[in-house]
Design a protein around this ligand. Structure first.
Ligand SMILES: Nc1nc2c(ncn2[C@@H]2O[C@H](COP(=O)(O)OP(=O)(O)OP(=O)(O)O)[C@@H](O)[C@H]2O)c(=O)[nH]1
Length: 591
């Protein structure tokens, strides 16, 4: 049996596509919980909101549930954006124990929905999907704050039908990504089936169901992970590094294990050596009732996990979001510094000597981006945390290979002077807040570049062609010889050399005419007059001779190995015939 006293509050992250309703859902959970809780038992943390179990149970309207759950409540992380999930790591995994994926039932899955689900799959984090905005369904008759089933049963049949159809689209999309899913009330085994809950963040319908299912998941899957040592040294993850008026650089963090006190020595991750410093102040937001107070924060001497707080301390400047923070003593500090350095270095990416340059907002998101790029076998020269600076642009524009003169930024800004510099340089910039958009855009661009260079190549390269001098069509013997020819395969151009069937060059095409008009090219099947500089008819060439465009060896190599896909069938045939001629004497010609 688990000891209730040592169970910390599970940490829940809310993920999903932009505008599908994450903030509204969190606000509703907060607002309605405040309304439901007797003494406003809900507490606001820095970067998080804690909803105690009593409030949830009361909200669900079934006090007997209290006995069933041992977790103290749920701590929702407020940090916006799905990327927060990957940014916020604890030892050995994601910081969040559970997640809610919000999808607008009317719009269905969008890129960030899919990305969120893929992240959760990778981290093996239990989650629920909420199909939000059911109040937007035409004819919906809201029952504010009711459980979904109560509300659903009160809807007209055609409305229920419509909701069911939309709902099954969501289930189908989940299936496509590899998840079995069903409506939450029909699920017996949450381990193998994802619960989907139709809700409205506006009317509050279904919110109590979300809280219940989350508690159920916490209870079922997390108990062992939620044990903590309330008296042990604090372990935290940095949410954000922020300049705060009057306080200097501060760090917002989620303490997920142990205790943190004013004056404690702490170690936290940075890109160089880990930072060692002493906690000057621990700050919590003021209770809502004191909101008018001049000061946003109140100081406390001590906090115990799990809690979201801000700390101020000297030397926090190089601190990095997403990295660990730990309380150290004289005995443990060396080991902790070493561990944290290792942890940050492990993320700090082994790079290739040549490749693209990437930047991301936090170490966690950088790692996620690197993982995805590696999967696509895209080489990375340098991976760093932070906005895109003037220096980055200068560095990248010094790279000569155009496919690597590329900067990819995930969730970062391009600083103004960098933007200016980028416009003047030839580098390619990709900035987005969806990883796989970035990767798709980059891949599309590479493909485009390839096509462009293929086009360049194919315009400058000499292509093969075969033609025959027609009988009774000798118009001039020599200087230049003018003969009638039929093009048997390929396209003949002026100014290309001609060989005979032994591969010996006999002259150069000086002009082509069709019905007395000069033309630049002649295609398969055409019969044209050709002026050939060099040979004399009757000596080097004669009636009915088959002749070939002389493809230089280097061009033949490119044609055969690089752009054969872009050749037409008759060009390929001409190439084969020409290669056979050339390789008769030298089997390695153009190989
Ligand atoms: N009708 C209806 N509108 C909703 C609901 N939930 C959210 N909205 C609206 O949808 C819009 C986006 O909601 P947000 O909560 O800001 O969405 P978000 O996912 O947090 O968006 P970002 O923070 O930008 O990623 C707002 O105009 C909300 O009022 C809902 O349940 N019903």
């Amino acid at each position: 049996m688990v000891d209730k006293k040592n169970l910390r509050t599970p940490i829940v992250s809310v993920m999903g596509h932009v505008d599908h309703g994450k903030t509204t859902l969190l606000d509703k959970i907060r607002g309605s919980s405040v309304a439901a809780g007797e003494a406003g038992a809900i507490t606001q943390h820095i970067g998080a909101t804690e909803v105690p179990i009593d409030v949830i149970v009361e909200k669900c309207g079934n006090p007997s549930l209290r006995e069933r759950f041992v977790v103290p409540g749920l701590l929702f992380i407020d940090t916006p954006g799905h990327h927060a999930f990957t940014s916020l790591r604890s030892r050995g995994g994601a910081l969040a124990d559970l997640a809610i994926v919000v999808v607008d039932i009317n719009e269905g899955f969008k890129p960030q929905t899919i990305e969120s689900l893929q992240i959760l799959k990778r981290f093996k984090t239990p989650f629920v999907v909420v199909a939000n905005k059911i109040d937007r369904i035409h004819g919906w008759n809201p029952v504010p704050n009711a459980s979904f089933l109560v509300s659903y049963n009160k809807q007209a049949e055609h409305v229920q039908q419509y909701l069911d159809n939309k709902f099954y689209e969501v289930i189908g999309e989940l299936f496509n990504i590899g998840f079995n899913a069903d409506r939450y009330d029909r699920i017996k085994d949450f381990q193998h089936t994802i619960g989907v809950i139709p809700i409205s963040g506006h009317t509050g319908e279904g919110i109590s169901d979300v809280l219940m299912v989350l508690l159920g998941l916490a209870q079922k899957f997390l108990e062992a992970n939620l044990q903590y040592d309330a008296s042990g040294p604090g372990v935290a993850t940095v949410l954000e590094v922020k300049e705060e008026r009057g306080l200097g650089t501060t760090v917002d963090l989620i303490l997920y294990d142990g205790m943190l006190q004013k004056g404690d020595t702490i170690v936290l991750g940075s890109l160089g050596e880990p930072i060692q410093t002493k906690v000057r102040a621990i700050l919590k937001p003021r209770p809502l009732s004191e909101i008018k107070s001049e000061e946003k924060f109140q100081q406390v001497d001590k906090v115990i996990a799990a809690v979201g707080i801000k700390i101020s301390a000297p030397n926090l400047d190089g601190a990095l979001a997403g990295t660990p923070l730990r309380v150290a003593t004289a005995e443990t500090i060396d080991k902790i510094v070493k561990d944290i350095k290792q942890e940050v270095d492990a993320v700090h990416i082994d790079t290739d000597t040549m490749g693209i340059t990437i930047k991301a907002d936090t170490i966690g998101s950088l790692e996620a981006l690197v993982n995805e790029l590696k999967k696509e076998e895209i080489a990375i020269r340098k991976a760093d945390v932070g906005d895109i600076t003037h220096r980055d642009i200068v560095e990248v524009s010094a790279i000569e290979e155009s496919q690597y003169s590329v900067l990819v930024g995930f969730n970062v800004k391009i600083l103004p002077d960098a933007k200016e510099k980028a416009q003047l340089s030839n580098i390619k910039l990709f900035v987005n807040d969806v990883i796989y958009r970035l990767i798709d855009d980059y891949k599309d661009w590479i493909e485009e570049q390839k096509e462009l260079s293929e086009k360049n190549i194919s315009e400058t390269i000499v292509k093969p062609a075969v033609f025959q001098i027609m009988r009774d069509c000798i118009f001039r013997q020599s200087k230049p010889a003018v003969v009638g020819v039929r093009i048997r395969s390929g396209i003949v151009r002026t100014n290309t050399e001609v060989t005979n069937s032994d591969g010996v060059v006999v002259g150069k095409i000086k002009g082509l005419q069709l019905r007395s008009e000069n033309i630049g090219t002649a295609r398969t099947g055409m019969e044209v007059a050709m002026a050939i500089e060099g040979p004399t008819v009757g000596r080097q060439i004669k009636e009915e001779d088959i002749l070939y465009v002389n493809v230089p060896e280097r061009h033949a190599k490119i044609l055969e190995h690089e752009i054969s896909d872009s050749l037409s069938a008759d060009e390929l045939e001409a190439l084969d015939v020409f290669l056979d001629i050339k390789r008769k004497d030298n089997p390695f010609w153009a190989k």
